[in-house]
Design a binder for this molecule. Sequence first.
Ligand code: BDR
Ligand code: CA
Length: 317
Amino acid sequence: KSRMIMDVDTGIDDALALLFAVKSGDIQLEGITTVFGNVSVEQATQNTLQVLELAGAPADIPVAVGAGRPLFREWLGPVEHIHGDNGIGGYKLPAPKRKPIEEHAADFIVRKVNEHKQELTLVFVGRLTNLAIALAKDPSIAQKVKRLVLMGGALRVPGNVTPVSEANIWGDPEAAHRVFESGMPITMVGLDVTMKTILREEHVEQMKRQASADDEPMVSFVEQILEYYFKAYEEHNGFYGSPLHDPMAVAVAVDPSLVETEDHLIKIETKGALSAGATLGDLRRARAVTNASVCVRVDSERFINKFIDVLAGNPSL
Ligand code: BDR
Ligand code: CA
């Protein structure tokens, strides 16, 4: 099993990523850290605890609360038009019994990476703020993680918040800059691949057919948050469907054969008036020194089937 820490800003696709991670038989979740982004860090934490409970995750998985705003910028507020006012499309889940731990997310990451040297995969599917803070506290963790797999960035495709920037990088460019300069082995799962894997109504139907009756509460949650997300994407992006941004980062962390990568020297734009948060690679020529494996192609069909199978409770199919 892969030992993993996930960092989430639990909105809709983060919730799907959490369900996928908990229900996949291949992952040992060492903990979850939370961050502002789609919603406030408080709301992200609440949603995370609720989704873990819904998924039937072991009650002792630590959840550590992290940053409530970017390193040097103001936080511009929740992304309600995509994720709803509570981050999960307005869906009301029962109050969680579990509570977050006292330790800050950044301290938790530093401690766990040192405890499991070269064994821990970090999967970040929100702003990189908690990791930048952890690196400031203990730069040596860059050499001790097995790998960072992050959902974020866009190399050869447009952004989704600005013409050139993807939300997770745009939302704290200075944090992303520090992470990309840290020397940590990075796999970038960006819009180049996530926009090519679109979940549609027929996939939800397939999941419902495959799931057992015991999974009804989870299936109905997934169905309803996806319906919200489908509509939001129709209104703002012109297609009725859901890119599997955050779940794909989890899947790639466990099974890198789902994607093809290219190694690049990725620089984060932190100064641009129009381009802050851009992930710039040199597309003219290969560089001798690189800092990230960028996913450029994905086997969408295999990934979507895996996603449906895991959520429907047949992870080994
Ligand atoms: C990313 O931004 C967030 O809204 C999603 O949860 C995902 O992590 C996609 O750009
Ligand atoms: Ca996210």
